[in-house]
Design a protein around this ligand. Structure first.
Ligand code: NDP
Length: 475
């Protein structure tokens, strides 16, 4: 049964001075309604290629010890045919299907049946029932934030198994990596298709659905904004966080266990990758309430891009460094390891502080200190599809006064650190930084386009005050 969205829209403040006399037309600042040929071409290309890219990377590790050129050279020189490579690829197995079903069911249960208790005893942690942002149609959804709890319980069980219970080997994920890939794909495609059908026939909030008239665009970028089943099962929050991000640290732990099994020890590079990525994952769950205000939840509709991306792309490609280190047990020199650690920590610091500054600023409506001072503000306004006028503020101090997306710079530094931990032997572990650079640059442009439509002249005032997007003086 579809959940009822909460029509709990903040009222426009009558009497406030309206600072934006050219606000975009009502409710037009969400996802596009019309698709140009370039977007359509890119989408069809991604739909066709992304599944293949994941297969290629994982197969190159399995059959060519992570040498990306290996399959191409073999095929070009006639040493192997496509059918030979395919024949050597492990198929889906009953064991993998059972494991994957158990895993997803367990995460669904943690998500739906266990209201958050972490916020009751962890000082500073914000969990339990929280509100998301105002959608283009003017809806404010409520969310049950219990991701940290799910992560903790899952990992507690993992360590209890590894050290006490011995129900399964900690290498279980690595040992079933390709059979699990087929299961993840089945779920990714199934959930994206279901979301599309649901958007047409029984949407959760019809007012926040968008139809472009183009099947591929609708399938890829989603029709429904916040599809739900029942009152609390929110597709975006669940799929991004649970099968994807909770799994991330478990996958890395399984790779570390495999490295120990194969090579007798865990290298410092593997420890660095595990630690730096665990910081990122724990940060995500500690700040899950903040995540409700990020682009994934606030602006993206739920389609194949998020559904398949969360099930397949994230767990398989964000963990390539750990996978690579199973095949290549790199042991870094102390200066190299310290350099990687420092880069990762400084990147994380910028990422966290920048995101925190915006979050604090928005939560307190600007009544806070940023770098010890009262923040500089640009007042702005916008109109949602229901005709309501809303007021908001843009922060011009702290990292948001250095560049308009300095949080992305911190993220990119952290991403580079994971890759550098793998040394210089192969290109494969560097895929992550290349991908993140493209993703975040594109995201930056996409977000700015949306903000310009939403805030009109107020956004122009912000870009005049903070002229650079990512790196001052460069871009
Ligand atoms: P942001 O957190 O940067 O949010 C952008 C939104 O913030 C804008 O749409 C606007 O929303 C608001 N905003 C923009 N400028 C200002 C300002 N000066 N003051 C106040 N509000 C402002 O974007 P993301 O959601 O993309 O990123 C969140 C984090 O997640 C980033 O650190 C990013 O690096 C990370 N990330 C990681 C990914 C990964 O795969 N590892 C993928 C994507 C993101 P509004 O309409 O509310 O005004």
């Amino acid at each position: 049964m579809a959940a009822k969205s909460q029509p709990n829209v903040p009222k426009a403040k009558s009497g406030d001075s309206v600072t934006n006399d050219r606000t975009a037309s009502q409710g037009q600042w969400g996802r596009a309604w019309e698709v140009d040929w370039f977007s359509l071409g890119s989408i069809i290309f991604l739909l066709l290629c992304r599944t293949f890219i994941v297969y290629y990377f994982i197969m190159a590790c399995d059959q060519y010890s992570c040498a990306l050129t290996g399959p191409v050279v073999d095929i070009a020189t006639g040493r192997a045919r496509l059918s030979d490579i395919w024949a050597k690829t492990p198929p889906i197995t009953r064991k993998a299907a059972q494991l994957y079903t158990l895993w997803v069911t367990f995460q669904v249960l943690l998500y739906t049946s266990l209201p958050d208790f972490c916020h009751k005893f962890l000082p500073g942690y914000v969990g339990g029932i929280q509100e998301g942002a105002v959608t283009p149609a003017g809806v404010v959804n409520k969310y049950q934030i219990n991701g940290l709890q799910a992560w903790l319980l899952t990992h507690l069980l993992w360590f209890a198994n590894a050290h006490l219970l011995s129900w399964f080997s900690p290498t279980i994920i690595f040992d079933n990596w390709i059979p699990l890939l087929w299961c993840a794909n089945i779920l990714g495609y199934a959930v994206s298709t279901f979301a599309m059908v649901k958007g047409y026939f029984f949407p959760t909030s019809a007012r926040d659905c968008k139809f472009t008239g183009n099947f591929f665009y609708n399938y890829m970028m989603g029709v429904e904004f916040n599809p739900r089943i029942g009152k609390w099962f929110d597709f975006k929050l669940f799929f991004n966080g649970r099968p994807g991000i909770v799994a991330w640290t478990l996958i890395n732990l399984s790779f570390a266990a495999k490295q120990r099994e194969l090579h007798g020890h865990v290298t410092n590079a593997m420890v660095l990758v595990n630690v730096l990525q665990a910081i990122y994952v724990i940060d995500f769950f500690w700040n899950e309430t903040w995540y409700l205000k990020t682009i994934d939840i606030c602006h993206d509709h739920f389609g194949w891009y998020l559904g398949w991306g969360d099930c397949v792309w994230l767990p398989y490609l964000y963990t390539l460094q750990g996978l690579y280190l199973v095949y290549h047990p790199v042991q870094l020199s102390t200066p190299h390891a310290v350099g990687v650690l420092l880069l990762g920590l400084v990147g994380y610091y910028i990422f966290r502080v920048a995101n925190h500054q915006k979050d604090l600023f928005r939560r307190t409506d600007g009544r806070c200190l940023i770098w010890g001072k009262k923040p500089k503000v640009i007042e702005c306004s916008y109109t949602s599809a229901d005709g309501q006028r809303h007021h908001s503020k843009l922060l011009v101090s702290g990292f948001w006064g250095v560049a308009r997306h300095f949080n992305y710079v911190g993220d990119l530094m952290g991403s580079l650190a994971y890759c550098l931990a793998c040394g210089g032997g192969h290109l494969l572990p560097y895929f992550y930084i290349i991908y993140m650079a493209i993703l975040l640059t594109h995201r930056c442009l996409r977000d700015e386009h949306r903000c310009a439509s939403k805030y009109g002249r107020d956004w122009e005032r912000y870009t005049a005050a903070v002229p650079y997007r990512l790196l001052p003086g460069i871009f």
